[in-house]
Design a protein around this ligand. Structure first.
Ligand code: FAD
Length: 313
C-alpha cells in the first residue's frame, strides 16, 4: 500500500447504517474520510424501521438523514455516486468521475433482494409483502397471513411466523415439501394450501389476498417470503477478497478481509444483519481501521525520527 500521498485515510463505499456508523467513528477520530453512496438502501421500501433501540418505528430515511448530519459535523465528506472499481494502493474510481486516492477502504454496499416473479410482489415489497418477522411481524400480529413457498427457507419462516399469528397459511407454490416439513407445519397449526400462485390481489395499494392459478382467492392481510439475497460484493471480489464456505466474502470479527487494507461491514458480508447490527459492524470496522492506520503512522514517524536523528558526516 502506498499511503504517502493519499488524499483520504479511508474511503467508505455505501452510506447505509454500516457505512455511516463507521464514518462517524472515523470522523470523530479526526481521520480524513470520504463516503461515496449511490442511494437506495435495502430497507427504502419500508415506511418504518423496527428493532433499533431508541429508534424503533422511525422511517428508515430519517435514520440516514440523522446519520448524514452527524458525520458532516466531524468533517466527513459525503458524495452521491457509484464506485465502479477499487484498485490496489488504493485508487477508488467513481462512475464518470474522478479517481480518489485513499490509504484504506471500507466496503459497506449492502445487498440486493431478488424477489420471485409473482405479479404484485415487487409493488408491495416492504409494505404488506414482507420477509422479516422480527422487523414487521408485530405490526401484522393476529391477522390472516401467508408464507409463499418460493425459497427453501420458507418452511422455517412459516414455523417462525406462527409465533405472531394463529392464522398462517403456507403456500408451497413450486416447493416440494417433505413429509417431515408437513408434519412440522401441521404440528404448529399451519394450514398448507396446495396450488400454484398466480398473483397477489392488490386494491388501492393494499394487499387483499393471494389468487391461485385455479382461481381460488385466499384473503390475507400480509404475506411473507424469503428473497434470494445477493450481496453487492463485486468490488471486494475483484480486489481478490476471499470467500468463505457459505459463499460470502469472509472477514474477521472487525470486518477485515483477506486483502490488507480492505474492510467490509453490514449486509454485504452478513445478509442476516439488521440495521442495528450493520451499524455495530461499521463501528467495529472503524476501530480496527483506525488501529491499522495508527500502526502505519507510528512506523512512518519512527523511520523519519531515526533519519532525522542519524549523525551527519
Ligand atoms: C423491506 C425491508 C425492510 C426492513 N426492515 C428492517 C427493520 O425494520 N429493522 C431492521 O433492523 N432491519 C430491516 N431491514 C434490513 C435492513 O435493510 C438492513 O439491515 C440494512 O439496510 C443493512 O445496512 P447496510 O449499511 O449493510 O446496507 P444498506 O442499508 O443497503 O446500504 C448500502 C448502501 O450502499 C450503497 N451502494 C451499493 N453499491 C454501491 C457502490 N458501488 N458505490 C456506492 N454506493 C453503493 C447503496 O446504494 C446503499 O445506500 C429491512 C430490509 C428490507 C428489505
Amino acid at each position: 500500500m502506498n499511503s504517502e500521498n493519499a488524499e483520504y485515510d479511508v474511503v467508505v463505499v455505501g452510506a447505509g447504517a454500516a457505512g455511516l456508523n463507521a464514518a462517524l467513528l472515523l470522523g470523530r477520530a479526526r481521520r480524513k474520510v470520504l463516503v461515496v453512496d449511490a442511494g437506495g438502501p435495502r430497507n427504502a421500501p419500508a415506511a418504518h424501521m423496527h428493532g433499533f433501540l431508541s429508534r424503533d418505528g422511525l422511517p428508515p430515511s430519517t435514520l440516514l438523514e440523522l446519520g448524514r448530519a452527524e458525520i458532516a459535523r466531524y468533517g466527513v465528506r459525503l458524495v452521491r455516486g457509484r464506485v465502479e472499481e477499487i484498485e490496489h494502493g488504493f485508487s477508488v474510481r467513481l462512475e464518470g468521475g474522478p479517481v480518489i486516492g485513499t490509504r484504506r477502504v471500507l466496503v459497506a454496499t449492502g445487498l440486493y433482494d431478488e424477489l420471485p416473479a409473482i405479479p404484485g410482489v415487487r409493488e408491495q415489497w416492504g409494505k404488506d409483502v414482507l420477509h422479516c418477522p422480527y422487523c414487521h411481524g408485530y405490526e401484522v400480529a393476529d391477522q390472516p397471513l401467508a408464507v409463499l413457498g418460493t425459497h427453501p427457507g420458507a418452511v422455517h419462516q412459516a414455523l417462525l411466523l406462527r409465533q405472531w399469528s394463529d392464522d398462517v397459511v403456507f403456500l408451497p407454490h413450486t416447493l416440494d415439501l417433505t413429509a417431515e416439513d408437513r408434519e412440522r407445519l401441521d404440528a404448529r397449526g399451519l394450514r398448507v394450501v396446495e396450488g400454484k400462485i398466480d398473483h397477489l390481489v392488490v386494491e388501492e395499494g393494499r394487499l387483499r389476498g393471494v389468487e391461485l392459478a385455479d382461481g381460488r382467492v385466499l384473503p390475507r392481510a400480509a404475506v411473507f417470503l424469503f428473497p434470494r439475497m445477493v450481496p453487492h460484493d463485486q468490488l471486494l471480489t475483484r480486489l481478490g477478497c476471499a470467500k468463505d464456505d457459505s459463499g460470502l466474502v469472509g472477514t474477521d470479527r472487525t470486518g477485515r478481509t483477506s486483502v490488507p487494507g480492505v474492510w467490509a461491514a453490514g449486509n454485504v458480508v452478513d445478509p442476516r444483519a439488521q440495521v442495528v447490527t450493520a451499524a455495530g459492524m461499521g463501528s467495529s470496522a472503524a476501530f480496527a481501521l483506525n488501529a491499522d492506520l495508527l500502526d502505519e503512522d507510528v512506523r512512518t514517524a519512527v523511520e523519519r525520527h531515526r533519519a532525522a536523528s542519524a549523525p551527519t558526516r
